[in-house]
Design a binder for this molecule. Structure first.
Ligand code: WT7
Length: 653
């Protein structure tokens, strides 16, 4: 029915790597791409050997029984050994692994040697609680150093962790524990959030009321409030148990395909999927991408990924990638606006952060707050900026470049998914000429295509569905307990290819543009219009900080464009501004994309990981009952928008 996405919004600006950056970048020529193109499996085998320590070399690089992959078959390695011991053995024990910034007042510097000792103690303690190879351990904590410690302790003994983001409810935690049949839960008494305590242990107790498999719960004291309920025989304090264990623990070699972790992703429909990631291929690709996409120089860089460890970005780019590469990382517990809106920039200045990896939702929020906050601080240590999680609107990209990067830092816009495990599409910062808003090209060793409804390549230029055409080392190995769903969700839509669920287009120069989830794409008068492109056109207007766009049923055009807009500080809502924004979109994209309604709002409904939930805005625009709002960061936001919409958003035509 639908035709492929049309290439609408044109972006003419190009940004070559700044010469000072390129001069000392790890990748300065196309050699990696050429070697990967010539022999993809040989290329990954070379990376695996070069970046990691193997206790036993693999017999075969890849067994591919579509859609089931096994990488580095027969190889053996230990993830914790690769992230910790080998650096200490090589004399880097005193190098800082984490510069931890807690909510105001708390700071810790943790070296590789200290991290190793703590991981060993906890690994021994977990063994003492009966955890062994193949068991699942649930982790429900805030952003404290003991969270990576817990992940690595599991990896050390071959248990799989399932980290559940500390903002999830008791029901979500319960469902994830039960699906994984976890035997141990590691949590905290509480977590700090903007000066308040989130009572994690109480929430965990509510979950554990109905988790028959949990035998033990280990509780880290973080917030220190009195009266934390402890259930006799099940619950133990970390500080009562862990320090008594020895600070050494043999790192047994694991099979390359040993389950490393489960991470649940909700997607748009159905119950959460337990995405499975294993050991050798995962660590190879996260180490490779962390090193080359972020141009990591471990001796001099201070790297900061602002994600939470509860998301895949935290797994791959706060814990496993950086530690495998012996990075020094900042880890931050709090919020961007507590105690004030300059918090990120104060941290960059304090620690001399050189590489910053954050999300478009944060960048657009900083745009809305204005430049006075970054201007309060010296950001000259920064040399590279990254973006992940959503398409970055060109104007947000340029703002990031100018106001955070000072025009001297390349920006890597990194496309990937929980399922891909590691970055798949991204510039290489010393090499790629960037266009704001384009993730540019697949990385070496990664093969993508853009196809139409029938699975045919659309060619360059052209738009359609993003697919991955070759297995990759850090690919998900399945959905926990549901191989059929794994096949149906990712491998049935286009035969033999992985369906990512995102719209994409090639521009005339062969650059890739990610256009958002296909469920979000609108169909107006028979034209596929990307919500991302209309949102980018709106954000291009100086008055607009952030925008979300959905299709609303329309008797004439099938769907009509309905826009929700947050203004930058200093701008007022008015009918004139509505008219101006509609014309602005029509001029940049074409009259077909002109929003029929524009509603100004203070906030947008977002998931806890910061993604706009267009599905709920569609419910508002269609005047339907609101669908499931349990994954929202703040469910009140959508109620307010709904009330506002009903009273003010008369159609403009
Ligand atoms: C979806 C995956 C990747 C870790 C965090 C999100 C969107 C992610 C980009 C980007 C355009 C992006 C896609 C993707 N996405 N990065 N750079 N440009 N879109 O992981 O929660 O599994 O979400 O996030 O729609 O499919 P996730």
């Amino acid at each position: 029915m639908a035709e492929p996405l049309e290439a609408l919004l044109e972006e003419g600006r190009t940004f070559p790597p700044p010469p000072e950056f390129a001069a000392r970048a790890l990748v300065r020529d196309r050699g990696l791409y050429e070697r990967a193109d010539a022999d993809p499996e040989g290329f990954w085998a070379h990376q695996a050997a070069e970046l990691l320590h193997w206790d036993r070399r693999w017999d075969r690089v890849l067994d591919w029984d579509l859609p089931f992959a096994r990488w580095f078959v027969g190889g053996r390695l230990n993830v914790a050994y690769n992230c910790l011991d080998r650096h200490v053995e090589a004399g880097h024990g005193d190098q800082v692994a984490y510069l931890w910034e807690g909510e105001p007042g708390d700071r810790r510097r943790i070296t590789y040697a200290e991290l190793l000792a703590e991981v060993c103690r906890l690994a021994n303690a977990l063994r003492g609680l009966g955890v062994g190879r193949g068991d699942r351990v649930a982790i429900y904590m805030g952003m404290v150093p003991e969270l990576p410690v817990a992940m690595l302790a599991c990896a050390r003994i071959g248990a799989a962790h399932s980290v559940v983001f500390g903002g999830f409810t008791a029901d979500s935690l319960r469902d994830r524990i039960n699906d994984a049949e976890a035997s141990v839960l590691i949590t905290c008494d509480g977590a700090w959030r903007r000066g308040n305590v989130v009572p994690l242990k109480e929430i965990a107790d509510a979950a554990m009321a109905a988790t028959p498999t949990v035998r033990h719960c280990l509780v880290l004291r973080r917030t220190g409030q009195d009266g934390v309920p402890m259930t006799e025989g099940r619950d133990r304090w970390w500080h009562d148990v862990v320090p008594d264990h020895p600070a050494t623990c043999a790192a047994e070699p694991m099979d390359a395909e040993q389950l490393l972790f489960l991470l649940y992703t909700s997607g748009t429909t159905g119950r959460p999927k337990g995405i499975m990631h294993t050991t050798g291929g995962y660590l190879t690709q996260v180490a490779f991408t962390h090193r080359y996409v972020f141009d990591l120089h471990p001796e001099t860089d201070v790297y900061w990924c602002t994600a939470d460890c509860g998301w895949v970005t935290g797994h791959s780019y706060i814990v496993y990638g950086p530690l495998a590469n012996r990075a020094t990382s900042v880890m931050y517990e709090g919020s961007p606006d507590y105690p004030d809106k300059d918090r990120f920039w104060a941290i960059v200045e304090r620690y001399g952060v050189t590489i910053l990896y954050t999300a478009p939702t944060a960048i657009r929020t900083f745009m809305k707050w204005g430049t006075e906050y970054p201007e309060r601080h010296d950001l000259s240590s920064l040399r590279l900026l990254g973006s992940v999680g959503e398409p970055i609107n060109p104007e947000a990209w340029v703002w990031y470049w100018q106001h955070i990067g000072g025009g001297r830092c390349p920006i890597v816009d990194t496309w990937w998914q929980t399922e891909t495990g590691a970055i798949m599409i991204s510039p290489l910062p010393g090499l790629t000429v960037c266009k704001p808003g384009s993730a540019t090209h697949p990385l070496p060793g990664i093969a993508v295509d853009v196809v139409d409804d029938g699975g045919r390549s659309v060619g360059v230029p052209g738009g359609g569905y993003l697919v991955l055409t070759r297995p990759w080392p850090s690919m998900l190995r399945g959905i926990w307990g549901d191989p059929q769903r794994y096949h149906d969700t990712y491998w049935s839509r286009f035969e033999g290819r992985y369906f990512a669920g995102d719209g994409a287009k090639w521009d005339a120069d062969g650059y890739l543009w990610l256009l958002g989830r296909v469920d979000d794409i609108m169909l107006v008068s028979g034209h596929n219009i990307s919500t991302t492109e209309v949102e980018s056109a709106l954000v291009d207007h100086p008055a607009v900080a952030e925008a979300a766009v959905v299709g609303k049923t329309d008797p004439i055009t099938g769907q009509a464009v309905s826009a929700f807009v947050i203004l930058r500080s200093g701008y007022e809502a008015s009918d004139e501004l509505v008219a101006e924004l509609r014309e602005h979109v029509a001029r940049l994209i074409g009259p077909i994309a002109r929003p029929k309604t524009v509603l100004f709002t203070e906030d947008l409904p977002k998931t806890r990981s910061g993604k706009i939930m267009r599905r709920l805005l569609r419910d508002v625009a269609e005047d339907h009952a609101l669908g499931d709002t349990t994954t929202l960061a703040d469910p009140a936001v959508v109620e307010q928008i709904k009330a506002r919409y009903l009273t003010t958003a008369a159609d403009e035509e």
